[in-house]
Design a protein around this ligand. Structure first.
Ligand code: MN
Length: 216
């Protein structure tokens, strides 16, 4: 991504925060996402990037689902968090683009600041873009985001397999809303509740309560 375009993409993120008060990253233009497990050699032409999920207890508890696209982390707030049940449609509300370095952030955002409260690094890894059109032709992430439907294969420490994100109309207030849904594949598990079963940080091993008690 052009540094000017990236600066513009991150302007809403920076405008909401006072970096003299929060230890969240401001996002350097040359910032790089933390790399995920390099366990598979990808065929040429496959679009891939980092993904991260943060469990964040701000005004309301939610999970921030983020995908690296065009040099920033595209972000959605998922109130109930991701599910491994293909029948569970999880509301995902778009939030401002975050800098790639945010993928390594865990801490407590200070009182009075935007998003005040503990934010825990719940999962991280890499994704492969599986988005395609009706003829089966691959659709790049940027185009899939614009169209409002994308499909990714996640290789995280907790989340594994296919997930789709689909934009829906929100008739009540006209705000953009998406649905995050597990695809029916071998990694699907309708009977487990992964946010309950795997609550700890992949970075520190802490729970959200541990982080809140620690206070930073
Ligand atoms: Mn959040």
């Amino acid at each position: 991504m052009d540094p000017d375009d990236q600066r513009e993409a991150l302007a809403p993120y920076r405008a909401k925060r006072d970096f003299s008060r929060t230890d969240e990253p401001a996002g350097a233009p040359e910032g790089a996402a933390p790399s995920g497990p390099a366990d598979v050699a990808l065929p040429e032409g496959v679009e891939t990037g980092a993904f991260v999920v943060q469990e964040h207890d701000a005004r309301r508890l939610h999970y921030d689902f983020r995908l690296e696209v065009d040099g920033v982390l595209k972000s959605w707030a998922v109130p109930r968090g991701p599910s491994t049940d293909p029948n569970a449609k999880r509301l995902a509300v778009p939030t401002e683009d975050h800098p790639l370095e945010y993928g390594g952030y865990e801490g407590v955002i200070p009182e009075g600041g935007y998003g005040a409260g503990p934010s825990l690094l719940w999962d991280r890894g890499t994704y492969i873009n599986l988005s395609h059109d009706r003829t089966g032709a691959p659709v790049p992430m940027t185009a899939a985001l614009a169209k409002g439907h994308l499909s990714v294969w996640l290789r995280g420490e907790k989340l594994v397999g296919g997930w789709s994100l689909t934009r829906i109309e929100n008739s009540r207030d006209g705000k953009e809303a998406w649905l995050l849904v597990k695809r029916a594949d071998a990694a699907a598990d309708p009977d487990s509740d992964i946010t309950v079963q795997r609550p700890r940080s992949v970075l520190s091993g802490l729970t959200l309560d541990d982080l809140r008690r620690r206070g930073r």
